[in-house]
Design a binder for this molecule. Sequence first.
Ligand code: NAI
Length: 257
Amino acid sequence: TRTYVVTGSASGIGAATAELLRSRGENVIGIDLRGAEVEADLSTPAGRADAAASAIARANGVIDAVIACAGISAPIAKTMSINYFGVTELLTALLPALRESEAPRAAVVSSMATLQPIAPALVDAALAGDEAMAVAIGDELAKDPRLGYLNYPSSKRALSRWVRRESISPDWAGAGIPLNAVAPGTVVTPMTAELLASPEGAAMVDAAVPMPLNHHQPASSIAELLVWLTSPANTHMAGQTVYCDGGADATLRGDDI
Ligand code: NAI
């Protein structure tokens, strides 16, 4: 039995991942605002530190894998705090316990939104580790109804770039820990339910996220991939953002490879 820490375990992709792992007999420590083994707010430094300390204590100091799913898609600065800092700071805080595992792994949920327009200064502030600056920029964007949406793709672009950089560092590759990201298309979860409920909302989503293969995807399609990425079978994948998105990336980026 391996011990997995899964963030966002109370809903959507995180819940599907926790369920899949439990069905295979693995030990899951969920982290979420409510309805999880560890209840913590990953939008704040104190919440991240609490979450890491509680998870490590529950795991008796040995964590085999971390799967970070918690996130929001709102056009506000807090999106960067949760989607980027809530992932990168938590993973960093859990590293000592991962190092105690015989086959440590980590995977995070990014998005096909990495391919959408971003605010470069916001991405740079996040990658520099400057949360105060990132929040200030995000707040400015949020004041303009035409620009607020940039908070979400910027958070995911920064996250995928962080994964790419960190994955080959002494902390991760050097310690034998594969670190990768998954980029879903449009997943049917509570996050997208309201938008997909109206024909106008669904049409807007489909225009931005073309999915020629099987259209909207269930959370289980992402859970299966996350579980493989964090299994001992994954020995050589590092720094990738794996687009599991019904063909959205192949459609939008075409030959850009
Ligand atoms: P969801 O809304 O169903 O679940 C997200 C979970 O994260 C919730 O349980 C929520 O309580 C938790 N969470 C939010 N803020 C938190 C905080 N401050 N501290 C701790 N936990 C917090 O959403 P879904 O769809 O399962 O999304 C999971 C991940 O997948 C997110 O990172 C999202 O950006 C990403 N994603 C989702 C897509 C979709 O179409 N649903 C598409 C691409 C990426």
